[in-house]
Design a binder for this molecule. Structure first.
Ligand SMILES: O=P(O)(O)OC[C@H]1O[C@H](OP(=O)(O)OP(=O)(O)O)[C@H](O)[C@@H]1O
Ligand code: HPA
Length: 180
């Protein structure tokens, strides 16, 4: 698997350090508030699993599954809900946990959809922000790393469902696209 990694963009150690910082910041900001951490399947899972253990407050978590990319590296712009929340969110502060904000189309759709359910607030924590590719006007409230316009994999991020289990964020070699 790692023979197709061109280079490590963010190491395991850097990821760990930044997740601790994000958790501390969120802990300060949400003191006394009822939080629902909403993980967006599947990419956010490793990040969210690490992040929730650095948020030193009582919280609940749930998941939604959305689809905009399919098997392609290009967003189709059409977002579908594949798995929805299981309960009302009117009494909670929603903190959406994403692995990456790229075009922003997924997040724009999701924020509008959630706001219509009248939660106390909706904010976003993303591990990665690829702002150069933004098409929708959305800005994450908490961002782990701003990254350049390159397709990245690892720590939850995939190419054709592979590489999610790499412990770091890496850039794929061109050959990886050619064999798939
Ligand atoms: O800002 P955007 O251009 O909309 O892209 C970001 C979305 O794309 C990825 O999900 P994907 O649809 O690839 O699903 P996955 O998490 O299951 O890999 C990522 O997890 C975000 O949800
Ligand atoms: O760079 C990326 N890598 C993996 N999945 C993604 N979804 C949006 N951008 C990316």
């Amino acid at each position: 698997m790692e023979e197709y990694i061109d280079r490590v963009l963010i190491s395991k150690e850097e990821l760990g350090k930044r997740v601790v910082e994000l958790g501390a910041e969120i802990t300060r900001d949400y003191e006394g508030k009822k939080i629902l951490v909403l993980g967006i399947l599947k990419g956010a899972v490793p990040f969210m699993a690490d992040l929730i253990r650095e948020i030193k407050l009582p919280l609940a978590y749930d998941f939604m599954a959305l689809s905009s990319y399919g098997v392609s590296t290009q967003s189709s712009g059409v977002v579908r809900i594949l798995k929805d929340l299981e309960r009302s969110v009117e009494d909670v502060h929603i903190l959406i946990a994403e692995d990456i904000v790229d075009t922003g189309l997924t997040l724009k759709y999701l924020k509008e959809n959630l706001r219509a359910r009248n939660p106390l607030s909706v904010k976003v924590v993303t591990l990665l922000d690829k702002a150069a590719r933004r098409k929708a006007d959305v800005t994450p409230d908490y961002n782990g790393f701003s990254i350049p316009d390159e397709f990245v994999v690892g720590y939850g991020l995939d190419f054709n469902e592979e590489y999610r289990n790499l412990p770091y964020i890496g850039v794929l070699k061109q050959e990886a696209y050619e064999i798939n």
